[in-house]
Structures are given as structure tokens and as C-alpha cells.
Design a protein around this ligand. Structure first.
Ligand code: SAH
Length: 243
């Protein structure tokens, strides 16, 4: 890329000028440093989350801590802290940072909780949750994404995240019940298996519907299930497993 830049300089220039030009291009194209990313992350939390009403100090701290740029494709790292979702391959996206914050805060995560996530994707939401609860169980239907996320999470030291490739509609009965469930792909209706796997007093946040969805808070109290709408969102659909 740098070489092509040099070739494209129109006026004749001596080797010294070209060398300086190339050095400048290299500097401009250099990946952002860790310090720059930390600064961007701080700004993301302040501008996109605190100003929009996220107040849980532990959640805000976790969002400041997780290096979101390590969860996006290399070509998108510069945009990792921007206010929009990003493509992660296989037609899937990593959610807009604010939505991750909103969903995380809405389940009121506690240090002893066991949380189920549906839709591992990049592993970012799971990483954020892992700093706030005891264990995170995350299911991803696209094998390549699930395996890559599991590897990434292990490399970054998120040892309390357990990833499984499979169909989220079934939940993860072996580890149920869960204190909270975070669903990051949208089913047309609330899957009954997930309600069944919610512990007494448990909270599930889930986008429900087609094209646009209602982000619902589903709670189980004294055996009764209640639901309320948090906001309107747009998620990728939760796809049924191919048989
Ligand atoms: N939480 C992710 C983003 C999720 S995008 C992150 O932080 O990066 C939604 C993900 O749900 C996609 O990766 C998609 O493949 C997955 N998905 C869709 N249907 C699913 C299903 N039935 N079971 C499990 N995962 C599913």
C-alpha cells in the first residue's frame, strides 16, 4: 500500500523526497497504539453510555476494561469504539456498544451469577459479562464464529466464559438454571426452553420480532413470568438450526 502511494506521486521527485513521503505514509497508516485505544474506550463510555443514562458503575468499568478492538476484524479496528455495529463476517455483526451496555445493565449482573448468552458472535458481550459475573455460558450457531470467539476469549484470559457451538433455541440445559440470559439475536417469539432455564428471580433480555424488534425484559418471580419493553432495536435474526 505504501509502495503504491509512492508510485502515485505525480511530480518527479528525488529518492530522498520519496523516502520522506513514504515514511510519512507509514506513520499515517501505523495502527493506533494501546494508549490511543484506551482513550477511545474512555470516550466511548462517557459519550455513548453515561450520557445516555447507563449508571451501573461496575458495568461502566467493565466496558472501559474490555478491549473491544480485539473482537473486530483487523480492518475495522479503527472503528471499534464508534457508535454503530460492525460486521464480523458470516453476515453477522458485533452490536453497537450502547446496546451491549444497555443489555448488560438491564440484567443487573451480580458477582455470583451464572449467565447464558445466545449468539457468541465475536465474544465481546461475553467478555463484558465475564468481568461482572461468576460464569458465562455462550452458544453460537455458526461454527467458525464460535471456534474463533472461544480461541480469542481464551487468549485474552477470559477463563470463565464457556463457548459451545449449537442451537441457542435449546438453551444449555446441562448448566441451567441461569440467573440471567442475554439473547443477542432476534427470535420471532420468546423461546420456551430459555424461559424454562431461567432461575427463580432470573432476568432475561431478548430482542423479539422480525425486521425491527422490541427489546424485552423477561422476569421470573414466584414462578410467574412477566415481560416489559425496554426499547426498539434491530438485531440479526436468530436462525433455527439446519437439520
Ligand atoms: N453477542 C455478539 C454479537 C451477536 S450477533 C458479540 O458480542 O459479538 C448474533 C449472533 O447470533 C451471530 O453470531 C449469529 O450467528 C448468532 N445466532 C443466530 N442464530 C442463532 C441460534 N439459533 N443459536 C445460537 N446463535 C445464533
Amino acid at each position: 500500500m505504501v509502495f503504491r502511494c509512492c508510485v502515485n506521486i505525480r511530480r518527479p521527485a528525488g529518492p530522498a523526497v520519496l523516502a520522506v513521503a513514504c515514511a510519512l505514509m507509514v506513520a499515517a497508516a501505523a495502527p493506533p497504539t494501546d494508549e490511543e485505544m484506551t482513550m477511545k474506550r474512555k470516550q466511548m463510555v462517557e459519550k455513548q453510555m453515561e450520557r445516555r443514562g447507563i449508571t451501573d458503575a461496575r458495568v461502566l468499568e467493565a466496558l472501559r476494561a474490555v478491549e473491544r478492538h480485539r473482537f473486530v476484524p483487523e480492518t475495522a479496528q479503527e472503528d471499534a469504539y464508534e457508535d454503530y455495529p460492525l460486521a464480523i463476517g458470516f453476515g453477522q455483526t458485533i452490536s453497537q456498544p450502547y446496546i451491549v451496555a444497555l443489555m448488560t445493565e438491564s440484567i443487573e449482573p451480580k458477582p455470583g451469577d451464572r449467565v447464558l448468552e445466545i449468539g457468541t458472535g465475536s465474544g465481546y458481550q461475553a467478555a463484558v459479562l465475564s468481568l461482572l459475573v461468576k460464569d458465562v455460558y455462550s452458544i453460537e450457531i455458526v461454527e467458525e464464529l464460535g471456534l474463533a470467539a472461544a480461541e480469542r476469549l481464551a487468549q485474552l484470559g477470559y477463563d470463565n466464559v464457556h463457548v459451545r457451538v449449537g442451537d441457542g433455541y435449546q438453551g444449555w440445559p446441562e448448566h441451567a438454571p441461569f440467573d440471567a440470559i442475554v439473547v443477542t439475536a432476534a427470535p420471532p417469539e420468546i423461546p420456551q426452553a430459555l424461559v424454562d432455564q431461567l432461575a427463580e428471580g432470573g432476568r432475561m433480555v431478548i430482542p423479539v420480532g422480525t425486521s425491527y424488534q422490541e427489546l424485552l425484559m423477561v422476569e421470573k418471580k414466584n414462578g410467574k413470568v412477566s415481560r416489559r419493553v425496554i426499547t426498539v432495536v434491530r438485531f440479526v435474526p436468530m436462525v433455527p438450526e439446519k437439520k
